[in-house]
Ligand binder design. Structure first.
Ligand code: ADP
Length: 418
């Protein structure tokens, strides 16, 4: 059930000439999307060609300057494939225009003690803006996941008969803790709400906090689960809404069920889990729903509804290549904020690979960072993102700090982590 290999995608990337363009409309802009789309296409055709990671934030055209914050072109980053130049005139460009919701998360209360049973966001949300890009994986996990989820939604939307062709509305990401599974689910929901903005006017993300559901065993819980699903039902009844339901650490449902069967927990536990599973089975029949789940258990999860998940993806700790990219983004942020100064040029991983790692004046700093990345292998994404902070807290003082001193401190911090 794993997603296809990178070789498949390499072939696809070489053969397909399809690119997505995401356009962030200014918060106060009220012009119609079609007007923006035309202007953006004019802009891209006039450019004729660009690298796949094109990002335009400044516009000569006054209409675009007033209504658009950025235009971003998305390409697939694959090991061994150098950045290629895209011929914008012959490529098929899908333009997605979106605006961000700034409301933040709302919570659904479970009981009088204000234990929250679920958090709820209107998508695309400001809270998850840019999250997708900060998550770095070696292979093609992100684009594959996005393609699978898109196909799922498209098949459901077109009402393909599931007796003839079967597919499933459940995505399961599993792997060790701290590898970005929860973040990836949220980022995926956000991405889908942007990529499907032609079809759905907005997205809804409901995150069910399974822990808080089971932290209390009282006979009421079954009813409260029902109440929560009634709210989800209301969201789904709007055919213009794309509803993503996220259940973190689904294994806690299995655990609750097992302990209940062994007579450890009162039978209320099993009632709550069963109510939840029945409801999930019900809602996944709706065309505008996608269920996203994560698990820290890498073995089999004994839960009927994830068992049948089409998209079961193992998410492991990052490779050296991904670690380098994560560190590079951290260093760039520190330079931007003036904590590392003076600013030094560093190569991205594709650029560094192109030099074949030969040391010279231009590659010196990048190679130093690569060395730190190499010895960080095995650390989780969460630890990696914390490391530059720890390095400063443990070994440095004040700012600005020279790049090399910062590298030195990071290197020592990595040793300490192990
Ligand atoms: P999990 O659900 O697997 O325990 P989280 O989604 O809670 O992981 O990840 C915590 C944080 O760790 C993320 O918000 C992100 O900042 C960082 N992180 C984890 N994996 C990666 C990765 N592959 N690339 C970049 N950041 C990562």
């Amino acid at each position: 059930n794993a997603l296809p290999s990178s070789t498949d995608l390499k072939m696809e990337a070489q053969n397909l000439n399809v690119y997505h363009v995401e356009v962030l409309q200014s918060p106060c802009s009220t012009v119609r999307r079609i007007q923006i789309k035309e202007k953006v296409l004019d802009l891209l055709y006039a450019k004729k060609s660009a690298f796949g990671d094109l990002m335009i934030q400044e516009f000569e055209d006054p209409f675009l300057a007033q209504n658009v914050q950025y235009v971003a072109l998305y390409d697939i980053d694959l090991p061994g494939i150098e950045k290629k130049v895209i011929d914008l005139c012959t490529a098929s460009l899908f333009v997605h225009i979106f605006q961000l919701n700034t409301d933040g998360a709302g919570t659904e209360e479970l009981d009088e003690e204000n234990l929250s049973a679920a958090s709820h966001w209107l998508l695309p949300s400001f809270d998850f803006h840019g999250l997708w890009d900060t998550l770095v994986y070696d292979d093609v996990i992100k684009s594959r996941l996005l393609n699978y989820a898109s196909t799922t939604l498209m098949f459901s939307d077109k009402a393909v008969d599931s007796n003839i062709i079967s597919w499933n509305k459940v995505v399961l990401l599993h792997g060790p803790p701290g590898t970005g599974k929860t973040s990836l689910c949220k980022a995926l929901a956000q991405k889908l709400s942007i990529r499907f903005s032609d079809r759905y006017t907005h997205g809804q993300l409901v995150e069910i906090n399974s822990h808080s559901l089971f932290s209390k065993w009282f006979s009421e819980s079954g009813k409260l689960v029902m109440k929560m699903f009634q709210k989800i039902q209301e969201l789904m009844d709007d055919p213009h809404a794309l509803v993503c339901v996220l259940i973190d650490e689904v294994e806690s449902l299995t655990a609750a069920r097992k302990s209940s069967m062994n007579g450890v927990e009162p039978s209320d536990a099993i009632r709550v889990v069963n109510a939840l599973l029945t409801q999930l089975d019900q809602i996944k029949k709706y065309p505008n729903v996608l269920i996203l789940t994560t698990s820290n258990i890498t073995g089999a999860i004994d839960l009927a509804f994830v068992d049948r998940a089409d998209i079961k993806q193992y998410i492991g700790p990052p490779s050296v290549r991904a670690i380098y990219t994560i560190y590079l983004s951290c260093i760039k942020e520190l330079m931007k904020c003036g904590i590392i100064s003076p600013t030094q040029p560093l190569m991205d991983i594709r650029g560094l690979e192109a030099t074949r790692f030969i040391e010279n004046g231009a590659t010196y700093h990048s190679l130093y960072l690569y060395k730190i990345a190499s010895k960080s292998l095995g650390l989780s994404g969460r630890s990696l993102r914390k490391l530059p902070f720890l390095a400063h807290a443990l070994y440095l003082q004040g700012s600005p700090v020279a790049l090399e001193s910062y590298f030195e401190a990071m290197s020592q911090t990595v040793d300490r982590q192990f």
